[in-house]
Design a protein around this ligand. Structure first.
Ligand code: ATP
Ligand code: MG
Length: 402
């Protein structure tokens, strides 16, 4: 019985990316390597239009399980490679078939001949290997229109690849292949999901969190660290900036009428995030906003808040309903962390009835009575930066880090 010796990975969208291709492939290779780190015997080989994970004895099914989460993979298959020898191909086809066959299932052979020098054409291949299976497996039956099992045999110059099942990949583009953006990460449900979706399209993220000690606690900060840790599993590491926001927030409380404090708070957050973005060479800002969800997320609010910068603000959740967001949060395992009951700097200072339709001219006028520049610069300067990797534990860190 011949066993799987490799996993064949198909990229789909990457293959259309022209000049950036090698960067995409290198990122994908790194991300694949990382999720398979518990199999040191595995080797990765990249070709123009596909990638091979050579198992070297590692458990193929277990390795395949790890690949399901990797962005940039369209589909993959457990496969066997043989020489261009008919008997070898027959043996491999039979072994592969017997792994997946159950009585009642139909099959067909799909042959492909990239190397035209091979002695059989595709029709002859289908026939030769199909009848070998029919002869050797009792109750096996062909159905070329709608088979349960599609045994693919592909002849290339360097050898012949056989596979049965195409397993669906996570899609998207390799995490980290598409430029950097700052993710405004609260302790809520939405922003980690926004970060996840941005990463799915290849963006490298750095997280920015605003906290206001002593009004927000160390445990609120821990929550954000844990959320960042989850996101770091997708790409290996995520930088987290923790901004001391108390002073700015107290100035807002003092200067701005209560129903405008929320608008002003968001403007200050965006301003500070944009300065951190510049310092870290990011190209955009990502938020977890979803249209109409709360007072700060009406179009009028976004208009008044967004005015502080011309940097692109990406809002991956903008048209999603809460249930759709929660579903993703559960899938990526951030939901339970987000649901921990700890105070956020916005909930601590949130006014009883924030304006749902704030006016830009008004908030600008309220803010003009005092100069925020210095407090903003100080918040940027005193920002703490952590590098979060999978398994990161704040408990193990130097206690006086915060
Ligand atoms: P979330 O579930 O992400 O907290 P939300 O529905 O509670 O979102 P808001 O509180 O209005 O919405 O926040 C909107 C967005 O502003 C958040 O998704 C996040 O991107 C950003 N944000 C809010 N609070 C903070 C914070 N303390 N630090 C960093 N970003 C924040
Ligand atoms: Mg929130």
């Amino acid at each position: 019985m011949i066993n799987y010796d490799r996993i064949l990975i198909r990229f789909g969208e990457i293959s259309t990316k022209g000049r950036n291709r090698s960067k995409f492939l290198e990122k994908l290779r790194q991300n694949v390597k990382r999720v398979l780190h518990q199999f040191p015997e595995i080797k990765i080989e990249t070709q123009r239009d596909r990638m091979f994970v050579k198992l070297n004895g590692a458990d193929g099914e277990a390795a395949a399980q790890c690949l399901k989460e990797v962005f940039g993979i369209q589909s993959f298959s457990l496969a066997i490679k043989t020489e261009q020898e008919i008997d070898q191909i027959k043996d491999a086809a039979l072994s592969l078939f017997e792994k997946v066959f159950e009585e009642g299932k139909t099959f067909k052979i799909t042959s492909k001949r990239a190397d035209k020098k091979f002695q059989l054409d595709t029709g002859e291949m289908n026939h030769t290997f199909g009848s070998h299976i029919l002869k050797n497996v009792e109750h096996s039956k062909v159905d070329v229109k709608n088979p349960d099992i599609n045994l693919q045999i592909e002849v290339r110059e360097e050898g012949v690849y056989l596979s049965c099942e195409n397993i669906k990949g996570a899609g998207g583009l390799p995490a980290g292949s598409g430029g950097k953006a700052m993710l405004m990460l609260s302790g809520g449900i939405d922003s980690p999901v926004a970060g996840y979706l941005a990463m799915k399209r290849g963006i490298e993220i750095e997280a920015v969190h605003f906290h206001s000690p002593p009004f927000t606690s160390e445990r609120a900060k821990q929550k954000v660290i844990d959320l960042t840790e989850k996101l770091s599993k997708i790409c290996g590491k995520v930088t987290l900036h923790i901004v001391p926001f108390t002073e700015v927030q107290q100035m807002i409380q003092k200067q701005v009428p209560e129903n405008y404090t929320m608008t002003s708070t968001r403007r200050m957050m965006l301003t500070i995030t944009d300065q951190l973005r510049k310092r870290n060479e990011g190209l955009a800002i990502i938020t977890g906003e979803s249209l109409g969800q709360v007072a700060s997320q009406t179009l009028e609010s976004m208009y008044a808040i967004n005015d502080v910068t011309s940097t692109p603000v990406l809002r991956p959740l903008i048209t999603m309903d809460k249930e759709e967001i929660v579903e993703i949060a559960q899938k990526i395992d951030t939901f339970d962390i987000s649901n921990r009951p700890f105070e956020d700097c916005c909930t601590v200072f949130v006014p009883a009835s924030p304006k749902t339709k704030p006016k830009l001219e008004k908030v600008e006028r309220f803010e003009s009575f005092v100069d925020f520049t210095e407090a903003i610069s100080k918040a940027v300067k005193d920002t703490e930066t952590l590098t979060i990797t999978p398994g990161f534990s704040y408990e193990n860190e130097d206690e006086d880090l915060f």
